[in-house]
Design a protein around this ligand. Structure first.
Ligand code: NAD
Ligand code: TDX
Length: 353
């Protein structure tokens, strides 16, 4: 039975990953370590609250003693590091916490994994540290071209700079110590359980409440959208089959301007939910500082080496996503009313340490 340390598994992608893995494999054990910041939500994990192969631990990846205790207790085969401060706008206002969690937290995990996995002249068999990174480390594209794994790193925001720093530390542990690692860099994810500070859930929520939709700048910035389950599938593949020390880009030629995303969601809700939801809700607002213009991933490496491809086309994924938010209005209400963490505080009872 393989044992995973999944960090940040109460957040958006982490919780989708935990649910995906526990559905797919009956013979794995996941220790889910999450600090439960504003972005962590135990309600995302309700489906696995009685699953014996899932153990939730409330804690910080910067806490060396705690991580050492967990390694001692569970002898992890894999670490999958999702835990991060993840929102660019927050990083512009409050960069310190991004440096702390995203850089220091990652180094702390690397150090403890190294202590536990390194032997006198090599590494214990079958171990791997997977760092979940982002395409934002490559900076911004012009109208043409795509990010490949060899595109020079050129981050602009405090968020992407902290993720780049973490990537470089992970790479350094491979280059210096031959620690078994992989790094995945994916594009913008969308799907269930995304915190409504990010464009798509914010947009859906504002439409349903007839609130203005803030579109930054001219609305023509481009993002390459990936359905979250396709990302989870990619991570599972890289853990099992990724060549040690390699970086894999994850994305799927699914580029859209922000304004096109906004209009697609409005159009669906207008036709299917409420004809009062119209483009009148769109409000162009001041641009994000240092706003990257375009992201676009070239996924050739992961396709050719591991056979991964994004199965969900955007037209299908966005409808699935909108329907999920329509069917889970309580999930959103618990967040917007501010009591989501209290609401589910006792869900895991004694399992929270
Ligand atoms: P999220 O903000 O929804 O979740 C982050 C989770 O990490 C939360 O549950 C939070 O409580 C936890 N956390 C924060 N600080 C912690 C700490 N110090 N110790 C332990 N837990 C902590 O983020 P997300 O969108 O799910 O992103 C997950 C990862 O994927 C991040 O590393 C992010 O950089 C990366 N990523 C995200 C996207 C995207 O589109 N969302 C795209 C590319 C890469
Ligand atoms: O209200 C908004 N209006 C708007 O125009 C918000 C929240 C965003 N935007 C724009 C900014 C971006 O161009 O929409 C685009 C998407 O914004 P976000 O959802 O904040 O995502 P982004 O900044 O692209 O970063 C996301 O993808 C890469 C994740 O938050 C990162 O964690 C990930 O690394």
């Amino acid at each position: 039975m393989k044992t995973y340390l999944v960090t940040g598994g109460a957040g958006f992608i982490g919780s989708n990953f935990v649910l995906y893995m526990l559905k797919k494999y009956q013979d794995i054990r996941i220790i889910n370590l999450d600090k439960l910041t504003y972005a962590g939500n135990l309600e995302n994990l309700e489906e696995v609250k009685h699953n014996k192969n899932h153990i939730f631990v409330n804690g910080d990846i910067c806490d060396k003693e705690l991580i050492e205790d967990l390694f001692q207790k569970y002898d992890f085969d894999y670490v999958v590091n999702f835990a991060a401060e993840s929102h660019v706008d927050r990083s512009i206002k409050e960069p310190e916490i991004f440096a702390k969690t995203n850089i220091i937290g990652t180094v702390n995990l690397l150090n403890v994994a190294k202590e536990s996995w390194e032997t006198q002249d090599s590494w214990k068999e079958g171990k791997k540290f997977l760092q979940v990174s982002t395409d934002e480390v490559y900076g911004s594209l012009g109208d043409t071209g795509f990010f490949t794994e060899t595109t020079p790193l050129d981050p602009h925001s405090p968020y992407s700079s902290s993720k780049t720093s973490a990537d470089l530390m992970v790479k350094a542990y491979y280059d210096t110590f031959k620690m078994p690692i992989n790094i995945t860099r994916c594009s913008n994810n969308y799907g269930p359980f995304q915190f409504p500070e990010k464009l798509i859930p914010l947009l859906i929520n504002n439409c349903l409440n007839h609130k203005d939709i803030p579109v930054y700048g001219d609305g023509l910035n481009v993002r390459d959208w990936l359905y979250v389950e396709d990302h989870c599938k990619a991570i599972d593949m890289v853990i099992r089959e990724g060549r040690l020390g390699e970086v894999y880009n994850v994305g799927g030629h699914n580029e859209r301007t922000n304004i096109a995303i906004v209009k697609t969601v409005i159009d669906y809700l207008n036709k299917n939910v409420d004809s009062a939801i119209t483009e009148d809700l769109i409000k162009y607002v001041e641009d994000r500082k240092g706003h990257d213009r375009r992201y676009g991933i070239d996924p050739t490496k992961i396709k050719e080496e591991l056979g991964w491809y994004p199965e969900t086309v955007f037209e299908e994924g966005i409808v699935k996503t909108i329907k999920w938010y329509l069917d889970n209005k309580e999930w959103m209400e618990h967040i917007t009313s501010g009591d989501y963490q209290n609401y589910y505080k006792n869900m895991y009872g004694h399992e929270i340490s």
